[in-house]
Structures are given as structure tokens and as C-alpha cells.
Design a protein around this ligand. Structure first.
Ligand code: ADP
Ligand code: MG
Length: 391
């Protein structure tokens, strides 16, 4: 594979040695269950066939040396410099290095050994487009330190440590879905995760459908502020609904029927946000049986309903996402299309008949470009294996 050759070459040139190991961890896409992870709901992601790869070897010094090949940058840190987010020469740790350093920090917090390494890494998960390049970096480094530290943790435990790194070291308030999918991915399967109990199961994706991801190329900066506002609205809804439904702990505990009964007691905006969550959790409840029965048509309709709900109730779409979804839904072979990830730009996910996927991708790109004058990236992808050490 090209990317492995690329990092191996840089490794050999820089360190005058071959790397001892290669670790790989994929990005992810979520098919259903959007903005419900922090409401204890269900999500239905898949690991994709794009990943971060690390070429690495142990080293005798206690300094870890990293080369981010895609950024053409280096960073140096050790367990001593990690807490103050500095490098071994006392300069500040660059932002991109907070992800691997955060993994070391989280592992050390959990008394797992993190021997120093020299490493080169590169990824074909696009950065910042909602396919979770950050979790793929974290999960690849977790595998690298697991290898050098000679400990073994179940994939879900590794995911939780990656989430801890991202929440507490990088400082991004994200749910467990991204690291979970990157760590636990199974080829040709969707993963149905209960975000409350962390129980999960695989659901086979029929062979004759393809997952097509379309990147609008639009990135909006306000994302984290808006994200926090949505979370606050959900918490407010729970607090208000508890007056009538004292046993609920989160919106997960509210049925559609109960919500309809009490929704009028909520302020308008809070009610819209909560309605999306309650109905979206109901959609994910239907998904398993539909997919098991091979009813891809109805599952695709749930994806379309999800988009309308994210656009009109949760209000996290944008004109470019709406355009991409509208075009996709008009094309032959498309079962369902919706924005995926936090929203305000980034990607859409499409479920498409596999034999039509190439034609679909071409038309989607052309029509989107002629309407928006933006040049989109389209990835025809498949559900892939989670993070691993390559032989
Ligand atoms: P995403 O939706 O892709 O996860 P994030 O903003 O959460 O977007 O994470 C993107 C950040 O992760 C980048 O800004 C960078 O710091 C880090 N990152 C992702 N991919 C790479 C890479 N290939 N090399 C170095 N850092 C990376
Ligand atoms: Mg991320």
C-alpha cells in the first residue's frame, strides 16, 4: 500500500533504520443516530476503509519523537513534559501533537506503560470533515503503545482511553462513538452501539449496497459553540420534562408518545431540539430489524427523515449540505442520504446500490459543482476492520 510505503520511507530516511511495526486505525461514518450519543441513545456507525497508519519503533531514550508526515512537522515529548503540554526543549507542544500526547497522558493516568517511540504517521482520512481523523490518530497510537508496552486491553477500553485523551487533554467535548467505531470496526458490518450501557452488536450490511461519503468541502468555525448549545438544550429539556416524568435521566428515557404529551410545556427551541433526539432514537430502534430483514429501502427512508430532522428541528445543516442531500436523493440507486457528523458543513453519507455507486458518485460531484461552484470529494467506501497492528 502506498501510504505504508510512504511512512516507511520517511522513517528509514529520518531514523536510518526500518520501522519495527505498523499500526492502522480507521476513520468512521455514522449512518443513523445523529446527535444522540450525548443523550444516551443508539448510534449506527461503521469504520471506513480510510485510516491513519503509524510506522514506529521503540527507542532507548525516554523521548518520543513523532513525525506527522501530512503536516511535514515533528514533535518531541516525554512523560515529564506531557502534563504541561510542552516539548522536551520546553517549547509549546503543537496542536496536532496534542492527540498522540493526549493518548500517552490517558494511558499513564491509567497506569499503562508507554515506552518512548520514534514514529512517522500519515492518514487518508480527511482532516476536520467529520470522518473522525482525530479518533483514528488516537486509536492508532493506542495500538502502538499497547504493542510497545506489552499490555492488552479490549477494544472498547482502548476507545474509552482515546475519548478521555480527547475530552480531557485535547479539550474537545465529544461522545464515545468516534473512538468506539475506530477501535471496534468489523468488515462489512455496521455497529449498533448503546451509548448508555456501551453494549454493542454488529449488523451485516448487504453486499449489494455501498456507503458513499460526499464532502461538501465547507467547514464552519462556529461548530463547537453551536454543539455546546445543542447539548445544553437537551439538558434543559430533561430538567423540564422531569417535572412530569420524574424517572427520566436523559432524553433516551422519553418515548415519542410521552414527548408528544409534554412537549408544549417546553420553550419552542428546546422542544425542537428534544423532538429531534427522541424521534432519532426511535429511528435507530427500528433500524436493526429493517436491516436484518434486508429492507434497505425503508432504512434509507429513515436516513432521509434524519436529514430533515437535523435540518429543521436540530438546525445543524447548512445550504451546501442540503444541496448535496437533495441532489443525491434525486439520483438513481440512492436509498438514503443525510448529513453526517456534527453538521454545519463536512460530509453527507449515502446508501447506494453498489452497481450504481460509480455513476452516482460522478453525477453527484458534477451536479453539486455546477450548483455551488465547489469541487466536492466523493469516497465510495466499505465498512472495515477496526484498529490493529499490521503483520
Ligand atoms: P475530525 O472530524 O477529522 O476528527 P477534528 O477537528 O476532530 O476533525 O480533528 C482534526 C485534528 O486531528 C487535526 O487538526 C489534527 O490536529 C489531528 N489530525 C488528524 N489527522 C492528522 C494527521 N494525518 N496528521 C496529524 N494530525 C492529524
Ligand atoms: Mg474528531
Amino acid at each position: 500500500m502506498e501510504i505504508i510505503e510512504h511512512i516507511t520511507n520517511i522513517f528509514s530516511k529520518t531514523f536510518r533504520d526500518k520501522p519495527a511495526h505498523i499500526a492502522r486505525a480507521p476513520g468512521r461514518v455514522n449512518l443513523l443516530g445523529e446527535h444522540v450519543d450525548y443523550n444516551d441513545g443508539f448510534v449506527l456507525p461503521a469504520a471506513i476503509d480510510r485510516a491513519t497508519y503509524i510506522a514506529f519503533s521503540p527507542t532507548d531514550s525516554d523521548q518520543t519523537t513523532l513525525i506527522a508526515a501530512d503536516l511535514n512537522q515533528q514533535a518531541f515529548f516525554s512523560p515529564q513534559t506531557i502534563p504541561s503540554k510542552i516539548q522536551t526543549d520546553s517549547s509549546p507542544l503543537p496542536d496536532w501533537a496534542h492527540y498522540p500526547a493526549g493518548v500517552m497522558w490517558a494511558l499513564l493516568e491509567n497506569e499503562l506503560s508507554t515506552p518512548a517511540m520514534k514514529a512517522v504517521y500519515s492518514s487518508n482520512v480527511p482532516r476536520g470533515s467529520g470522518l473522525s481523523s482525530s479518533a483514528s490518530v488516537e486509536m492508532a497510537f493506542t495500538i502502538a503503545w499497547q504493542t510497545l508496552g506489552r499490555w492488552t486491553l479490549p477494544a472498547m477500553q482502548r476507545a474509552l482511553l482515546g475519548q478521555k485523551a480527547e475530552n480531557q487533554y485535547v479539550g474537545v467535548n465529544s461522545g464515545i462513538m468516534d473512538q468506539f467505531a475506530s477501535a471496534c470496526g468489523v468488515e462489512n458490518n455496521l455497529l449498533l452501539l448503546d451509548c448508555r450501557s456501551l453494549e454493542w452488536k454488529t449488523i451485516p450490511l448487504p453486499d449489494d449496497v455501498a456507503i458513499v461519503i460526499a464532502d461538501t468541502t465547507v467547514r464552519r468555525k462556529l461548530t463547537s459553540g453551536e454543539y455546546n448549545k445543542r447539548r445544553a438544550a437537551c439538558e434543559e429539556a430533561v430538567r423540564l420534562l422531569q417535572k412530569d416524568l420524574p424517572d427520566i435521566k436523559s432524553l433516551r428515557d422519553v418515548s415519542v408518545e410521552e414527548f408528544n404529551r409534554f412537549a408544549r410545556k417546553l420553550p419552542d427551541e428546546v422542544s425542537k431540539r428534544a423532538r429531534h433526539v427522541v424521534q432519532e432514537i426511535e429511528r435507530t430502534n427500528q433500524a436493526e430489524a429493517l436491516l436484518e430483514a434486508g429492507n434497505v429501502e425503508r432504512f434509507g427512508e429513515l436516513m432521509n427523515e434524519c436529514h430533515v430532522s437535523l435540518r429543521d428541528l436540530y438546525e445543524v445543516s447548512c445550504p451546501e449540505l442540503d444541496t448535496m442531500v437533495r441532489i443525491a436523493q434525486s439520483l438513481e440507486g440512492c436509498y438514503g442520504a443525510r448529513l453526517t457528523g456534527a453538521g454545519f458543513g463536512g460530509c453527507t453519507v449515502n446508501l447506494v446500490a453498489r452497481e450504481k455507486a460509480d455513476g452516482f458518485a460522478g453525477l453527484l460531484a458534477n451536479n453539486y459543482e455546477s450548483e455551488t461552484r465547489l469541487h466536492p470529494e466523493i469516497y465510495i467506501t466499505r465498512a472495515s476492520k477496526g484498529a490493529e497492528l499490521l503483520a
